[in-house]
Each structure stands twice: as C-alpha cells, then as structure tokens.
Write a protein that binds this ligand. Sequence first.
Ligand SMILES: [Zn+2]
Length: 138
Amino acid sequence: MSFKHDKEYRHPFENDPFGVIWTAFRNLWPDADCTVGWDGGIRDEHGEPVAGSTVFEDGVVPHVAVNPSLEVWDATEVLAHELAHVAVGIDEQHGEKWRAAFDAIHVEYDRLVQEEHSDGEMQTKETHGVKLNGGAKP
Ligand SMILES: [Zn+2]
C-alpha cells in the first residue's frame, strides 16, 4: 500500500520510537532529507521480501521504505539502518562511514530518550489492556 499526502498527520504515541529516530537523524544531519514510508512489498534484487530499503534516484530525495510486518523495535532498528544510508550516501554501503552514522543515530536516540525521561515519570492511574491476540482483558 502506498499513498501520497500533502498534510502532516499527527501521531498519538507519546513515546513513538520512529519519531525519536527521525528527530535524531534531523539533529545529526539537518541538511539531509528523504521521504519515509511503510511498504509491505519491498524486495531485494532476488525478489525476496526485505525488512527495509533506501532508493537513491538522481534528482529526487532518497526514499526509505520499512516493512510494516516487523515488530516495532525491529522496524525502529531498520529505520535507523536506512537513515544511516541516507546520511552517508549510496556509495558507502555498510562501510565505516555508514557504521559511524548508524552508531551516531543510536547515541542521539539514547540522548533524546534520556532527556525525555528527565522531564519526570508519567503516572498512570487507570489502564485498559488489550491482549496481543486483539481481545480486551476482562
Ligand atoms: Zn543497509
């Protein structure tokens, strides 16, 4: 599924790891740019499904795609992986510069999360749980 939108959607999560990764990326490379989307159909050169990809095309900002079938934490890691590619460019592959960029995103991510937590712990007074299979707890 793919769609274009021209308005910015707000997301409801207060602790959205994708937002933190994106902020880390923008803090580290304010001039780097890309589009990011979920794409369940991304495949490698052999036609096998992959977790993420970055497409570099002349004259267009790179496009990062992340497979929505991943667990949230895995998808967060994949987004960081792909944004490191955007930061250093396609020629770098998974070389030293890419590794340094990937590590820098993690360090900045941790700093941002730490900063957030130092603002005070959130108190939860009442919770409503939903089981992993989608059913509500009694
Ligand atoms: Zn890669």
